[in-house]
Write a protein that binds this ligand. Structure first.
Ligand code: SF4
Length: 432
């Protein structure tokens, strides 16, 4: 029988392709056979951000990497020639508790390949959560990946034990799903998301009622759902991706859509692209996603049929501003909140600060410097008490040029597999 550590190494490695909880990429280092302390590989611990911005460590594993489906982009697909392993629910529980007690994790992210049937697989996943919550009274964070083909009653049960549940939409279009994941379909996935949303709404309404009555509401359903879309495995444009994401946010109140740049897998299917899309595409999609959710942009303003893909060299808000120079400059002392949010370099938090400060004073450039704004970015687009951009500034053909990274820096950015700290920070904070 395969030993637990070996299973953990296989099933943690197999889980790394799921970006629904973002994991940090680091070179493999190991101290098992010699000097030093600690190891970056094999233990399956990753980091994820909670809605309040806290970073939590999770044990991220699959129940099994065997699967009866044959999704072309997946290393665990039926036809893949990888070593297979399978945990029992008790083993996952044991590992979670061991890591938790040693203070190395704050929760569990559990997904699985599909074995025997969707219902059978969901039952195993739920059993882990049930044992943790009911037998061991585990109060840590649990994120369960659910299977759209499973029966609604089982998905509901998963939601009772988990803090977050997610179902991967995988690809933005029905056509791409039919080619790359023939056993799946978007309609069924959306149906399952609709069911989860109805349960979340129902639970929240009950909680509000309990609160009104002065009773302490008990948590008995997950508080949110999320999904993942793979980028670059098919020919979908950024407009297709963003339109799908927008539909999911609007229709199912998703907490997050995660964009995962397709990375070529060992022994890939012949219909997959040979090279990964530039990682910066994933980063631009995250930025565009924030514009949709927090800045009041519509999908067609960011990408449409005439311009279906995002400009990889500029962030999408700056690219929009350069295409719509006629609406600038915006007066920071008088402009409406909606217009301030459209100024490149002004994030949601800083717009709120400006709105609060201008009630008492007329803001000057020095006040903006104190907010630590990128003055180079915002100055061509704003009017302040002591600043008006020259028409030449806004109309000049060189304005775009001014914001482009120098050629050598661009090369670095495009080739670097790991986004810079600033990239990650702006993806997370959404300050654009
Ligand atoms: S169902 Fe999931 S685990 Fe199975 S092949 Fe498809 S993506 Fe991979």
């Amino acid at each position: 029988m395969m030993e637990l550590a070996k299973k953990l190494s296989i099933l943690a490695d197999a889980a790394k392709y799921d970006a629904s909880c973002a994991s940090s990429g680091a070179a493999r280092k190991d101290s098992r056979h010699g000097k030093g302390v600690g190891s970056t590989g094999g233990a399956g611990i990753c980091h994820s951000y909670t809605p309040d911005g806290r970073c939590v460590s999770l044990l991220k594993v699959l129940m099994t990497n065997s699967c009866i489906y044959d999704c072309h982009y997946c290393i665990n697909r039926r036809s893949s020639n990888v070593q297979r392993a399978r945990f029992t629910p008790e083993e996952v529980v044991q590992l979670t508790l061991d890591f938790y007690k040693r203070n190395t994790i704050e929760g569990l992210f559990l997904s699985s390949g599909i074995i025997r049937s969707a219902d059978h697989t969901m039952e195993m996943v739920i059993e882990v959560a049930r044992l943790l919550r009911e037998v061991h009274h585990f109060r840590g964070y649990i994120h369960l990946k659910t299977i759209p083909e499973a029966s609604p009653a089982l998905i509901e049960m998963a939601g009772k034990y988990a803090d977050r549940i997610s179902i991967n939409i995988e690809l933005p279009s029905e056509k791409s799903i039919a080619i790359l994941a023939p056993e799946k379909n978007i309609a069924r996935t959306q149906q399952a998301m609709g069911h989860i949303r109805a349960k979340i709404d129902e639970n929240q309404a009950e909680k509000r009622e309990e609160k009104k009555l002065g009773r302490r509401a008990k948590r008995d359903f997950a508080t949110g759902q999320s999904t993942q879309m793979i980028i670059g495995a098919d020919d979908s444009t950024d407009a297709d991706v963003l339109l799908r994401a927008h539909t999911l946010y609007e229709g199912f109140k998703l907490r997050r859509v995660y964009y995962s740049a397709f990375s070529p897998i060992p022994e890939p299917s012949a219909i997959l692209p040979l090279v990964a899309p530039p990682l910066v595409r994933e980063h631009r999609l995250y930025q565009a996603d924030w514009l949709l959710r927090f800045y009041g942009f519509g999908v067609e303003e960011i990408a449409d049929a005439n311009q279906p893909n995002l400009d990889l060299a500029l962030d999408p808000k700056l690219a929009w501003a350069l295409r719509n120079r006629g609406v600038f400059p915006v007066d920071i002392n008088r402009g409406a909140r909606e217009m301030l949010l459209r100024v490149p370099g002004l994030g949601v938090r800083n717009v709120e600060r400006i709105l609060a400060a201008r009630r008492y004073t007329r803001l000057r450039l020095a006040d903006l410097v104190q907010l630590r704004l990128s003055m180079k970015k915002i100055m061509p687009f704003i009017i302040a008490a002591d600043h008006t951009p020259t028409l030449l500034d806004l109309d000049g053909a060189s304005l775009r040029q001014r914001f482009l990274p120098p050629p050598e820096q661009m090369e670095l950015q495009f080739d670097n597999p790991i986004p810079t700290a600033a990239d990650v920070k702006s993806s997370i904070s959404g300050e654009l």
